[in-house]
Design a protein around this ligand. Structure first.
Ligand code: MRU
Length: 350
């Protein structure tokens, strides 16, 4: 499986698949500049919460490897300013601020080893964040697979697959694991308006990996579930509050309500780094609002609505914990009310 983001260790470059071009072109691009990194994340060339976190960490390193500051203070000042810029690129995916905080802590911790010493420490930290993502997603796949029966028909929304992380992904990891373990699984992918991450990305990566996938428009999910054609729902998350409320791609809430109505299990798959220890409930989650043109123009030859029509375009919605059957993490499967008992999260809050 091709990685989504990685570090070219010889040239100190962030390498990434430009996801805006998929599925028509698989183009590998590079970046070593903080303003380019901001744009790449903002315009969704690198997208999906875990991939954003890893891309930000590697991109920050690639940019600061080129800083010419000779004093530690000068270097750390430039580094913090760069970290602020990349951190402001997207507000909802908490993996971004999580990864940026880790890089800042690492830089401060290496103070005293000289500018070159700090750069070496930052390279090691970026690689650690990259490697941890691969292992974490493998474990989400392991735990999630225990819930998947042979022949399962699984609905997913948006793209929480390999393209949304380094490899494997979160919501698609259990599906890849079940497939590797010889189970027959099929996936129904919501197209995911307005940016079509389901149609362009989820359908692409599943088809490339030999997993049967059927595409449907978002408004078809209810009729599919009502007809008994879906056994379970697996989705990712951009931020999970400590009470288990989960923000994910706009439209996820509707799927959760339908799943509850028809008695279908609805699981959120996410690494612990997506759980925000500083966020009590979904009400505290900042929801990114995006440009109206994504709705009215992006996928059309001409503007497809009257010029005086205003547009509501939030990128995410929040599913309340009572609609979530379980949260599949690298440490096991939890109910929302159990999150505060996870040691790593509890100690971050203390
Ligand atoms: O706007 P996007 O494409 O970055 O939104 C992505 C999602 O909503 C994913 O479901 C989420 O980040 C989880 S990715 C493992």
């Amino acid at each position: 499986m091709q990685d989504t983001v990685w570090l070219d260790e010889e040239k100190d470059l962030l390498c990434y698949i430009d996801q805006t071009l998929l599925p028509n072109e698989l183009k590998i691009c590079t970046c070593n500049n903080i303003f380019d990194l901001y744009d790449i994340i903002k315009r969704l060339s690198i997208r999906g919460a875990p991939a954003i976190g890893v891309g930000a960490a590697i991109g920050l390193y690639a940019a600061c490897a080129r800083f010419e500051d000779e004093s530690e203070d000068g270097f750390l000042y430039s580094f913090r300013k760069s970290a602020e810029i990349v951190n402001s690129s997207r507000p909802t995916a908490v993996n971004l601020s999580w990864a940026v905080r880790r890089m800042i802590k690492c830089a401060e911790g290496a103070r005293g080893s000289g500018v070159e010493g700090i750069k070496i420490a930052l390279k090691a930290e970026a690689l650690a964040i990259y490697n941890e993502d691969i292992e974490t997603c493998k474990m989400i796949g392991f735990y999630g697979d225990t819930l998947i029966r042979d022949g399962a028909r699984i609905l997913t929304h948006c793209n929480a697959g390999a393209l949304a992380a380094v490899r494997y992904g979160t919501a698609l990891a259990p599906i890849y694991t079940a497939h590797e373990n010889g189970k027959s699984v099929s996936v129904y992918a919501d197209e995911t308006r307005p940016l079509l991450q389901g149609a362009r990305l989820t359908a692409f990566e599943l088809a490339e990996n030999g997993i049967p996938v059927t595409l449907q428009c978002d408004n078809m999910a209810a009729s599919l579930i009502a007809k008994g054609m879906i056994d379970m729902v697996l989705v990712g998350a951009d931020r999970i509050a400590m009470n288990g409320d989960a923000a994910n791609k706009i439209g996820t809430l509707g799927v959760a309500i339908i799943a509850k109505h028809f008695g279908i299990p609805f699981y959120v798959c996410a690494p612990l780094s997506t759980i925000d220890p500083f966020c009590e409930s979904g009400k505290d989650i900042v929801i990114e609002q995006r440009n109206a043109s994504e709705v009215t123009e992006m996928h059309y030859k001409k503007r497809m609505t009257h010029k005086n029509v205003s547009v509501y375009n939030p990128a995410f919605d929040v599913t309340p914990n009572e609609l979530i059957t379980g949260i599949i993490t690298e440490k096991g499967i939890f109910k929302g009310y159990e999150l505060s008992t996870i040691e790593q999260l509890a100690s971050a809050r203390a």
